[in-house]
Ligand binder design. Structure first.
Ligand code: SAM
Ligand code: SF4
Ligand code: SF4
Length: 402
C-alpha cells in the first residue's frame, strides 16, 4: 500500500472547500471532532478562512503508520470495563468470571491520555466498548475528554442498550457521535435465554431514547446463531426499517469467550443473502469503504443492511483496528494472545513521546491476521477453553472489547 509512507494530503481543487462547507453542517465524518465542536460555535472569529485552513492542514502533517502488511493504524476500540450486565451465550456464557483488579483499571484521565497518544500516532476513529461500556461510571466525562482530542474524526460507542435510555442524552451532549446497539432477538423469552437476563424492554427503550437524544446513523448488531435466533432474520430487518436503524448481521465468531462455539451454529453471509434473495428478490451490494468490516446491501424496497462475515470471509487484509483493555493492555488483533502493556509506562512516568514510540514500534511489526488463520484450521473448535480464560481474563472478548 503506497499510501503508508506518504503524508495525508488535503483534497485538491474544490474538494477541500466542499469538505469544509459540509463540516460546518456537521455532515463530514472525515473532520475531527474537536474541530466540529468548535465549528458549531456561532462566531468562530474574524479570520474565518485562515481558521479553516489551519484546521484542515492538521491531517496533512501526519505520516501514516503501517504494519508489515501495509495496514494503517486507524481505528481503536477502547474497552472501559470488563464487566457486563448481560450474559450472552456467545460471549459470556458463565455467571462468574475472573475480573480485572479495580486498582489496575485506567482512570478516565489516563484513558484519555493514552487515546491522545494513539490519535497522534494515526488513529482517527475511537469506539468505546467493553464489557458493557455504560456500566463505567462517569462515561460522559470520558466522552467529553475524547471529543476534545484534535485529529480524532469519529467517536462511537457499542452498547447492549440496557442502560441507554438513562445515558443517551448526556452522551450526546458530551460529544458522542454514533451508536451501535446489539440486539439479537425481539422475543422476550428468547432474550432471557440468549442474554441470561430479562432486559429486552430496557433495550427497546434504549433504542427509542437514542433517536430522541438526536443520534442518527445508529446501527443494530445481531449475531445470528443457527437454531437459536436465525428465524428472526426478516423480523430484525423489519424492526430496523421501522425504527430508522440499519441492521448488521454478525457471523458467530470463535473468539476467546465463545467457549460454546461450533461451526454448525454459524449462519454465513452466503446463507443470509440466499434467504433474503428468496424472500425479497435481488439483493444489491452497495459500494464499500475499504477497511469497514461490514459489507452493505440493499433490498428492492430500499432497505439497507450490513453483514459482518468475520468467520466465513475475514477482512484481516484491510484490518486497521486494535484494542486497548480497561487496564491498559494493547492488543493488535482480536485473536492475539499477548498485548502490550501501556499502563506500566504511563504510571511509571514515561513521556507521551516514549509511549508513542512503543506504539509505533509495535504496529510496524504487526503481522496478525487471526480470523484468516482460524479459517484455515481443519478441525475448528472453541479458541481457548474455559480454564485458559480463567488463568488469563485478558484473552476474553469482553475484556479486550468486541
Ligand atoms: N456489551 C456491548 C454490546 O454487546 O454491544 C459491547 C461489547 S460486545 C463484546 C461487542 C459486540 O461483540 C457485540 O455486538 C456482540 O454481539 C459482539 N460479539 C460478542 N461475542 C461475539 C461472538 N462470539 N461472535 C460474534 N460477535 C460477538
Ligand atoms: Fe455483555 Fe456485550 Fe458480551 Fe453480551 S456481547 S455478554 S452484552 S459484553
Ligand atoms: Fe483484524 Fe485480527 Fe479481526 Fe483479522 S482477526 S480482522 S487482523 S482484529
Amino acid at each position: 500500500m503506497g499510501r503508508c509512507l506518504q503524508r495525508e494530503l488535503p483534497t485538491k481543487g474544490t474538494g477541500g472547500n466542499a469538505r469544509a462547507s459540509r463540516a460546518w453542517k456537521g455532515e463530514q465524518p472525515g473532520v475531527d471532532l474537536a474541530r466540529r465542536r468548535r465549528m458549531r460555535r456561532p462566531n468562530p472569529g474574524p479570520d474565518l478562512g485562515g481558521f479553516i485552513l489551519h484546521m484542515l492542514s492538521f491531517d496533512a502533517q501526519a505520516p501514516t503508520l503501517c504494519d508489515t502488511l501495509g495496514r494503517p493504524l486507524r481505528s481503536l476500540r477502547l474497552s472501559v470495563t470488563d464487566r457486563c450486565n448481560l450474559r450472552c451465550q456467545y460471549c459470556m456464557p458463565e455467571e462468574e468470571y475472573v475480573w480485572l483488579p479495580r486498582e489496575d483499571l485506567l482512570t478516565l484521565e489516563e484513558t484519555a491520555q493514552l487515546a491522545r497518544i494513539f490519535v497522534e500516532s494515526g488513529v482517527r476513529k475511537i469506539r468505546l466498548t467493553g464489557g458493557e461500556p455504560l456500566l463505567r461510571r462517569n462515561l460522559s466525562h470520558l466522552v467529553e475528554l475524547l471529543a476534545s482530542i484534535r485529529g480524532l474524526h469519529e467517536l462511537a460507542l457499542t452498547t447492549n442498550g440496557v442502560l441507554l435510555a438513562q445515558h443517551a442524552p448526556a452522551l450526546r451532549a458530551a460529544g458522542l457521535q454514533r451508536l451501535t446497539i446489539s440486539l439479537d432477538t425481539l422475543r422476550p423469552e428468547r432474550f432471557r435465554a440468549l442474554a441470561g437476563r430479562d432486559s429486552l424492554a430496557e433495550v427497546l427503550a434504549g433504542i427509542r431514547a437514542a433517536a430522541d437524544a438526536g443520534f442518527t446513523g445508529t446501527k443494530l448488531d445481531s449475531v445470528l446463531l443457527r437454531g437459536t435466533n436465525d428465524d428472526e432474520l426478516f423480523d430484525l430487518l423489519a424492526f430496523g426499517r421501522e425504527h430508522g436503524v440499519e441492521v448488521r448481521f454478525l457471523e458467530y465468531m470463535d473468539v476467546a469467550g465463545a467457549t460454546r462455539w461450533t461451526i454448525k451454529q454459524v449462519v454465513t453471509k452466503a446463507e443470509i443473502l440466499a434467504k433474503l434473495t428468496q424472500r425479497f428478490g435481488r439483493v444489491e451490494p452497495l459500494s464499500e469503504n475499504g477497511s469497514a468490516p461490514a459489507q452493505r446491501f440493499c433490498l428492492p424496497d430500499g432497505t439497507t443492511f450490513g453483514i459482518i462475515a468475520s468467520t466465513s470471509a475475514p477482512f484481516c487484509r484491510t484490518c486497521d483496528r486494535s484494542r486497548l483493555t480497561a487496564d491498559g493492555l494493547w492488543f493488535l488483533c482480536l485473536y492475539a494472545i499477548r498485548g502490550l502493556d501501556l499502563r506500566g509506562p504511563l504510571r511509571g512516568g514515561a513521556s507521551p513521546e516514549a509511549i508513542r514510540h512503543l506504539i509505533q514500534q509495535a504496529w510496524r511489526q504487526r503481522d496478525d491476521r487471526g480470523a484468516e488463520l482460524r479459517r484455515e484450521l481443519p478441525d475448528r473448535r472453541a479458541f481457548i477453553p474455559l480454564e485458559g480464560l480463567r488463568r488469563d481474563p485478558h484473552l476474553e472478548m469482553h475484556t479486550r472489547g468486541g
